[in-house]
Design a protein around this ligand. Structure first.
Ligand code: ADP
Length: 169
């Protein structure tokens, strides 16, 4: 089966994929933006499971069930806060994508959707982040064959256009 990489404009919580990725904060106890939307849509049991995880370091990822979401799993990763580019932000952001994909693979995930990690409250420049996201996914899919579909979820037309211009891989 061929691997597909898609761009979707809309709300990540609606997607019927095996796993969606959450741009969480280190506490893993919920927040604004996509994190808030995921917690609202998944229901309070998600917070209960998150409380047992002991937080998460920047660039790392942890997995929970999806609860009321169509997705079976949620992979919570913590993106870097943008401090201007000299604080290892690029590397930490690629670690988010890499570690999320690896965790997904270990749980036999075949389809996964990513939001644009760090580009909201954390202030990472959008296009720079999108290039990193696409590159890491491309490299990963060349090496590993278990994940068959990756969706980049964009909030808004401008974000959608940026990803569209970077694809197809
Ligand atoms: P961070 O703190 O990592 O910057 P944010 O949630 O503030 O995370 O923003 C990350 C990206 O997610 C932004 O591009 C934002 O527009 C987008 N976003 C916010 N809500 C949703 C949603 N429901 N589905 C998909 N993307 C979303």
């Amino acid at each position: 089966m061929k691997t597909t990489v898609e761009v979707f404009e809309g709300d990540i919580t609606t997607l019927n994929v095996d796993a969606i990725v959450n741009a969480a904060n280190k506490s893993l106890l919920g927040g604004g933006g996509v994190d808030g939307a995921i917690h609202r849509a998944a229901g309070h049991q998600l917070l209960e499971e998150c409380r047992t995880l002991g937080g998460c370091e920047t660039g790392q990822a942890k997995l929970t069930r999806g609860y009321k979401l169509p997705a079976k799993y949620i992979i919570h990763t913590v993106g870097p806060v943008w401090y201007g580019g000299n604080k290892n932000e690029d590397k930490l952001l690629s670690n988010c994508y890499k570690n999320s994909l690896e965790l997904a693979m270990n749980h036999k995930v075949k389809s996964i959707a990513f939001p644009s990690i760090s580009t909201g409250a954390y202030g990472f420049p959008f296009e720079r982040a999108a290039k990193i996201a696409v590159k890491v996914v491309q490299d990963f899919l060349e090496e590993n064959k278990t994940i068959k579909k990756v969706v980049f979820v964009c909030f808004g037309k401008d974000a959608f256009e940026v990803y569209k211009n970077l694809l197809p891989l």
